[in-house]
Design a binder for this molecule. Structure first.
Ligand code: SAM
Length: 272
């Protein structure tokens, strides 16, 4: 029998190969610009924020670098709990939402930085912080390079969240419209890669809601549309039927959506 030696596995290469197989292609800055408003709306009230903060246990004296900060899902609640936050993102629209919300809340300790994972962070004046986080934002061509970058920009701790299996996608919806779902590598590659890089990562899991509430059927439908690109008329109809089959109307006309499998995020932390 052929034997496999785990020491010979290149987890970064395995991660890249799995990424190349996926049907869902990474979005560029313009794609994220288009998604910014709906993404901010969908995530600003999610239990994800509370779970993340409970696991992170932010300390008042910390400076935090939030790479791929989006509309401030975490940068905003963190700013009132720590000394200062730097939010980095390549989507100007996401950063505009972060800026607007920070102004509304009179949060003066957030530095907003327009840039990407691939940029020279030194040229962007990004200095090492106490803690570096990357929440649901490791959409990079080279995972190892991104992890090294985070390590060189954190003095005390690094935290990333990565998909477990299908992550935020609903496999039942893909089955319903007859599309394959290959979402690429999940957290297990990242964990093994970190171990191979000489770190001792801890893992916790953030399990999101199976039931979600929407003011109306249109918004429930919207919460699924982002998962698919280029739906034809037949697929649109099948998706609508699927969403109707998993939703119930409440007395006040609002909608409850019941997913059979909740999205799960791996919360991975380690010391640099
Ligand atoms: C799924 S959102 C996550 C936002 C936020 N961290 C959260 O957990 O809600 C991913 C974010 O990463 C940003 N992003 C994706 N690829 C990027 C890249 N190469 N460089 C910088 N930001 C990137 C997107 O613009 C988006 O705001």
């Amino acid at each position: 029998m052929e034997t496999v030696d785990i020491k010979n596995l290149d987890w970064n290469l395995l991660w890249q190969q799995e990424k190349n197989k996926k049907t869902w292609k990474s979005k560029n800055a313009a794609d994220w610009d288009k998604k910014a408003v709906s993404f901010a709306k969908r995530t600003s009230t999610s239990i994800y924020i509370d779970r993340f903060l409970k696991l992170l246990k932010p300390r008042q004296e910390w400076s935090i670098l939030d790479a791929g900060c989006g509309p401030g899902t975490l940068a905003l609640p963190l700013a009132s709990r720590v000394r200062r936050v730097t939010g980095l993102d390549f989507s100007r629209k996401m950063l505009a939402i972060l800026k607007q919300k920070a102004d509304e809340k009179s949060l003066r300790n957030i530095t907003i930085c327009h840039g990407s994972w691939e940029d020279d962070w030194q040229a962007l004046n990004i200095v090492p912080h106490d803690v570096a986080i990357a929440s649901r934002s490791l959409a990079v061509p080279d995972l190892k390079a991104a992890l090294v970058k985070l390590c060189t920009h954190a003095r005390k701790k690094i935290v990333i969240t990565d998909r477990v299996k299908h992550g935020p996608f609903d496999p039942d919806a893909f089955a319903a419209i007859g599309r394959p779902l290959t979402t690429g590598p999940d957290y297990i590659y990242t964990l093994n890669l970190l171990y191979q890089m000489g770190y001792l990562p801890s893992v916790d899991y953030i399990e999101l809601e199976k039931e979600l509430y929407y003011p109306d059927a249109g918004e429930a439908m919207e919460s699924y549309r982002w998962m698919f690109r280029g739906l034809d008329d037949r697929e649109k109809k099948l998706l609508k039927n699927y969403v109707q089959s998993v939703t119930t109307m409440n007395e006040d006309g609002s909608i409850t959506l019941h997913r059979s499998r909740a999205p799960i995020w791996a919360f991975i932390s380690w010391n640099p």
